[in-house]
Ligand binder design. Structure first.
Ligand code: AMP
Length: 424
């Protein structure tokens, strides 16, 4: 199947050619015909599958065909709502690339920065708006955005919207949409509350599912190292020094952890930058820009900050911490091995993270290959032995504590009771 066979307008075909896209990805092949027919769409797919073009291209196609030499100020006809600033910027860049020869205009709005330049762009007139929920509602309430002429609405990464606490904002936005519209709803996972939300938004829809296990198993070479928490920095430094020219994205579960990793790398003379919610928008953009340009080889990110990172030459993802939510693993390793490339994802697993690994393997329906023993790496058996020893130690110390308190008689018990009372 080619893009031409999908019946897309010439300026869009030309732009896709410039982008170097030869064939549609599975989600594009399935979603584009549905959207060209004018039907609503439920897309169960993660970032990295080519879903931005799957919704962006048909929207551009419709808008281009209905332009008819349009005069005067442009009116807002398509809206994409997405959870993070990085993702919003990424989607805006995709619309600009795919719509390069159509004359259509898009802009991006998100919170955490002053609104003036965003308002000016809206005032000058845009066809397509990409927005994060909070700033969208804010500017709507101030009267800068009208849904009157809206024809296309995309809700992107619905599951992350809910994880990030945007449910009320999303419901408010949905309640203000015009009834006659084409709606698109994307989510990587479909728990009950997401199904309910999709029903609120979609009319007569078709569903396209791109299974995560397809995306991970086929594209990304995976591996896991069993390593103690204390040895993780040493293993990371070793792996990075082995690949000085690779662009590496390192995932940390927490913001504090991301900063700590950066510090350890600095001590080993490895340049890196951390991006997470506590960093200013400018610092995040700068780090991301340097990483994309190849000036910075190592980027450390938390999951939320990493949404939307799309770097063509990203060769390696390292899960410094294993995520406790299995779907997050799929999102993370989807950063590498994007639509046409293959990539490598290596995970560090300490004793406490073993249950997470089991959950991940259940979700992706495959065993993550065990990496060969390394200087700092334990075999799986050693991990089990260490875990048992740790449990035994804590059992022994509890027993000793109990024995001591029993032997010290009534007076101490009384003291302990008082201490406990104070503590709670
Ligand atoms: P997305 O899931 O939209 O974030 O896309 C993931 C990556 O795949 C981006 O780098 C896109 O530029 C790239 N991509 C999207 N569609 C195609 C295609 N048909 N052929 C090659 N690369 C693509």
């Amino acid at each position: 199947m080619t893009f031409k066979e999908l019946g897309l307008a010439d300026p869009i075909l030309k732009a896709l050619q410039v982008e170097g896209y030869e064939n549609p990805t599975p989600i594009q092949e399935q979603a584009i015909p549905i959207l060209l027919k004018g039907k609503d769409l439920l897309g169960v797919a993660q970032t990295g599958t080519g879903k931005t073009a799957a919704f962006g291209v048909p929207i551009l196609h419709h808008l281009y065909n209905s332009q008819n030499g349009q005069q005067g100020k442009r009116r807002l006809k398509a809206l994409v709502v997405t959870p993070t600033r990085e993702l919003a910027i990424q989607i805006g860049e995709s619309f600009t690339a795919y719509g390069k020869f159509t004359g259509l205009r898009n802009t991006v709005i998100f919170g955490g920065v002053k609104q003036n330049s965003q308002v000016n762009k809206l005032r000058s007139g845009v066809d397509i708006l990409v927005a994060t929920p909070g700033r969208l509602l804010d500017l709507m309430n101030q009267g800068y955005i009208s849904f009157r002429d809206l024809e296309f609405v995309v809700l992107d990464e619905a599951d992350h919207m809910l994880d990030m606490g945007f449910i009320h904002d999303i419901k408010k936005i949905i309640s203000k949409l015009p009834p006659k519209r084409q709606s698109l709803f994307f989510s990587a996972t479909m728990p009950k509350d997401i199904v309910a939300l999709s029903r609120k938004m979609l009319g007569d829809f078709e569903r396209v599912t791109i299974k995560p296990e397809q995306a991970t198993a086929e594209k990304v070479e995976q591996g896991v190292y069993f390593v103690s928490k204390g040895d993780k920095p040493k293993l990371l430094i070793l792996l990075l020094k082995e690949r000085p020219n690779d662009s590496v994205l390192v995932f940390s579960r927490t913001k504090h952890g991301a900063d700590k990793i950066g510090k350890k790398l600095r001590q080993a003379d490895i340049m890196s930058a951390a991006i997470h919610g506590n960093k200013s928008q400018n610092a995040r953009q700068k780090a991301l820009g340097d990483f994309k340009d190849g000036k910075l080889k190592v980027l450390i990110a938390t999951d939320i900050a990493a949404r939307g990172i799309d770097v063509e030459e990203l060769s390696l993802v390292i899960n410094y911490d294993l995520p406790n939510i299995s779907e997050t693993y799929v999102h993370r390793i989807g950063r590498t091995g994007r639509a046409s490339a293959t990539g490598i994802a290596l995970s560090f697993c300490d004793t406490e993270e073993q249950p997470y690994l089991r959950d991940i393997e259940k979700l992706i329906q495959q065993e993550v290959p065990r990496m060969p023993p390394h200087q700092f790496v334990d075999s799986e058996d050693e991990v089990v032995i260490k875990k048992e020893k740790k449990q035994q130690r804590s059992h022994n110390s509890n027993r000793n504590r109990n024995r001591n308190s029993n032997s010290s008689g009534g007076q101490n018990n009384h003291k302990n009771r008082n201490r406990n009372r104070r503590r709670y």
